[in-house]
Every structure is written in C-alpha cells, then in structure tokens.
Design a protein around this ligand. Structure first.
Ligand code: DX5
Ligand code: ZN
Length: 215
C-alpha cells in the first residue's frame, strides 16, 4: 500500500476544515489527527471537538488519532466510534505490562496503533505487533511540525517491514515527521505503507505536491 495521510497540525485552527476539504478534493482519503497533552510533549494540538467538527462537515475518510499523551486511555475512551485508528505511544506507558493491559482492554473496540519515538528501537515492540493494527514510526521527535526527517529512521522502517513480512503480520506501517518531496520515496522504498505529511503538503496543498510524494 502507498498512501498519504496529511496532518493538519501546522494549519491554524480556523482553517483546518477548509484545508481538509481541499485535500479531499485532491482524492486524499485519510487524515492523521495529532493530539497532545502538554506533558508527553510540551504543546497542545488538535482537540477532539475539532475532529468531530471536521468529520461532521466533510467527506467520509479514514481517520487516525496520534495520541501524544500520558494516560492515553482517557483519550481513547473519547474517540471510540469517532475515528478508525487510535495510536498510542510505547513511551507513554509506565511498564510493558500496562501497555499489554491497555491492548487487551481496547482490542476489538477500535483499531489500535502503537508508535515509537526516534530513540526507541523497533525490537521493543515486536511482541505487541500481533495484537495491533498499525505501527507508527516517528521520523522526528514528536511535538511539532516542520522538523527534518531523521535519516536513521529508514533502517527502522526496513527492520519493521522485514519482520512483519517474515512473520506474516497483518499491520500497516505509518511514518510521521519530515515527509516531503525529498524524503517520501525513500520511506516508501524502505517499506512504509502510509506516510504522514504535515507542513509540506498542507500549508499550500496542491495536486503536484501530492504527486511528488507518491512518485
Ligand atoms: C509531530 C506530529 C506530526 C507533524 C508532522 O509531532 O506527530 O504529525 O504534524 O509534521 P511535518 O510533516 O511538518 O514534519
Ligand atoms: Zn503525528
């Protein structure tokens, strides 16, 4: 699969719905919604009410929420039935046991994603892959848009692709951070299924930029 899931993080709140609709007109069918709690990362981002508003006033699309927050259950409880995928951070849990309990609790209620920051190795999360639907590899430190793609992420994407294919695990690999016309093809080649694109694609959306991401 080769898909682009734009993030509206770099767009002013009052313009997000309009930009989402522009993206849908370019045949985008997936939006990545960034949620931040000001603790796991220092900033805040998109509120649940905004996600509801965009859903209610636009085309049906695949929706994932990237939960950059401690106590992710509090967020997941609010988005069951609203979005398709809820992605939580490995680093947000105080133990792997807590993460396993989280997965057991929500599995079947919503599609689950698990994200790792650039300094977390892929090996840490292999044991969870059979019970989740999406692996989100961060190619920048989570927290803000407009950062540069960390090149070593490519090795992590390749390791994940090899492991998933070898073990025939049914899961999508999404990559987030610094995706643009120069970095997208490498990330797809390394094995990503879905690329998040924030500042590059959404600040001035165009079909030609989208085509460059997918080339
Ligand atoms: C960063 C967010 C990203 C962000 C990506 O913490 O998770 O989704 O919007 O923005 P760009 O594409 O500008 O790096
Ligand atoms: Zn994100």
């Amino acid at each position: 699969m080769k898909k682009i899931s734009p993030s509206l993080l770099s767009i002013k709140k009052e313009n997000r719905l309009e930009v989402a609709n522009q993206l849908f007109n370019m045949n985008i069918d997936w939006i990545h919604y960034d949620y931040m709690d000001e603790k796991f990362v220092p900033n805040s981002a998109i509120e649940i009410s905004e996600i509801e508003n965009i859903k209610n006033n636009s085309k049906r699309h695949i929706m994932d929420i990237h939960i950059m927050a401690f106590e992710p259950e509090k967020v997941v409880d609010q988005v069951i039935g609203l979005v398709d995928y809820a992605t939580v951070h490995y680093e947000a849990f105080s133990s792997e046991n807590d993460l396993q309990e989280f997965i057991n609790k929500y599995k079947g209620k919503i599609k689950l994603g698990l994200s790792i920051k650039p300094n977390t190795s892929f090996d840490k999360i292999t044991k969870f892959l059979n019970n989740i639907d999406l692996l989100l590899i961060m190619s920048v430190e989570p927290g803000k848009g407009g950062q540069s793609f960390i090149e070593t992420s490519l090795d992590k994407i390749k390791s994940a692709r090899n492991y998933i294919d070898k073990n025939k695990i049914n899961i999508l690999i999404q990559v987030d951070g610094g995706i643009n016309d120069k970095t997208a093809s490498g990330a797809f080649k390394a094995g990503a299924d879905v690329l998040v694109s924030g500042s590059y694609l959404t600040i001035e959306p165009s079909k030609s930029k989208l085509d460059l991401l997918l080339k």
